[in-house]
Design a protein. Structure first.
Ligand code: PEP
Ligand code: MN
Length: 372
């Protein structure tokens, strides 16, 4: 063998030894990550801690003497973090233990994440006093606990109905209070924050704003419960990182909402990702709501999909409901009429009984009312 071939072979042997060392070290790191995961699980702490990951990366960048670039180091470690987070299996499987153990977000007497099934219903957009009034009255009789309704609508076209703004928000809250319901409504502009804080129980961050980080920080500082909807082009990890922006402002009151992601499918508006629900529950990171209306874009398959969502552990369902869906100013095709909503809820009852899950109570504690 020539000298250079021998050298090549020696260098390759060194690489092989280093690879084995790296493998051993990566696995030792994995075992430690598992131990940490187990400890967090026992203490009821969230499995997911991106701020810790940022700290580690910072330390590594400072220590990096090359020839690997900082970007390469970040990429390698990012993958290690990902594998610690998602692929390690604790001996005591968290997947089978989540029910009743996830984080709980409280809104008065309503608890999201305590094992009960919470129903959120209402029109896509608040259109009139009568519309939300009738809807609130009907939903309160069906055991729905949270009235939804957009007053500020994120519409694709600037020529479409944009919502009634602050007046619409007032209508929603008046109707909800009259029938003992809590409220959720989308905030798009931080300049409306004070108005929302004083009136609305849960601030919704819409899919289009999931990565609007200044808005996430603002609602984080508000301390109000947040319904964070998954962006339709966002990964589960990006959803969790968006939630982290809110968390890092000191607000743990976060409920995430799976509302379908964009795929090549056209017969449904989006593709509902139930793996997201199961995975967020497995990580015990946040309570999860499934928005059936925006996921499906149609009403005819809502019952079986609602059953699947509840069976895989979601904490509640969001459904668009309108006194007359055919006349709705937005999203009528995915909106249930009052009687269809009644049928949906009664159709879920046998499954809820089988799962030993109750519907969340609909009566809001009026003593805590803040809206005059
Ligand atoms: C909504 O819930 O009113 C809405 C606009 O949904 P999304 O942000 O999920 O599209
Ligand atoms: Mn809608």
């Amino acid at each position: 063998m020539s000298r250079s071939l021998q050298q090549l072979s020696e260098l390759r042997q060194q690489i092989d030894r280093i690879d084995l060392d790296l493998l051993r070290l990566a696995n030792s790191r994995g075992s430690l990550a598992l131990e940490i995961q187990q400890l967090k699980h026992e203490r009821g702490l969230p499995a997911y801690a991106p701020e810790r990951e940022s700290q580690i990366l910072e330390q590594l960048m400072t220590a990096n003497a090359g020839p690997l670039s900082d970007d390469a180091v970040e990429d390698i470690f990012h993958r290690l973090f990902q594998h610690s987070r998602f692929s390690l299996k604790p001996s005591n499987s968290m997947a089978t233990e989540y029910q009743g153990e996830s984080k709980v977000v409280s809104i008065g007497s309503i608890e999201i994440g305590n094992g009960q099934a919470v129903f959120m219903g209402g029109p896509c957009a608040v259109e009139s006093e009568e519309q939300v009034e009738q809807t609130a009255q009907w939903l309160s009789q069906l055991g729905v606990s949270i009235l939804r309704g957009g007053a500020f609508k994120p519409r694709t076209s600037p020529h479409s109905f944009q919502g009634l703004g602050r007046d619409g928000l007032d209508m929603l809250v008046r109707a909800a209070r009259r029938y003992g319901l809590a409220t959720v409504s989308e905030i798009m502009d931080p300049r409306d924050l004070d108005y929302f804080i004083e009136r609305v129980d849960i601030l919704q961050i819409g899919a289009r704003n999931m990565q609007n980080t200044p808005l996430l920080r603002e609602v984080g500082r508000s301390g109000k419960p947040i319904l964070l909807k998954r962006g339709f082009m966002s990964t589960i990890e990006e959803l969790l990182l968006a939630a982290e922006y809110i968390l890092l402002e000191g607000n743990p009151q976060i409920v995430v909402c799976e509302r379908g992601i964009r795929t090549f499918e056209t017969l449904t508006r989006n593709t509902l990702d139930l793996a997201c629900v199961a995975l967020v529950k497995r990580l015990r990171a946040f309570p999860v709501i499934v928005d059936l209306s925006h996921s499906l874009g149609r009403t005819d398959i809502m019952l079986p999909i609602a059953r699947a969502a509840l069976a895989c552990g979601c904490d509640g369902l969001m459904i668009e409901v309108h006194p007359n869906p055919a006349k709705a100013r937005s999203d009528g095709q995915q909106t249930l009429s009052f009687s269809e909503m009644a049928d949906l809820i009664s159709g879920l009852q046998p499954l809820l009984e089988f799962l030993k899950r109750e519907k969340s109570p609909s009566v809001w504690n009026l003593a805590e009312e803040s809206f005059a």
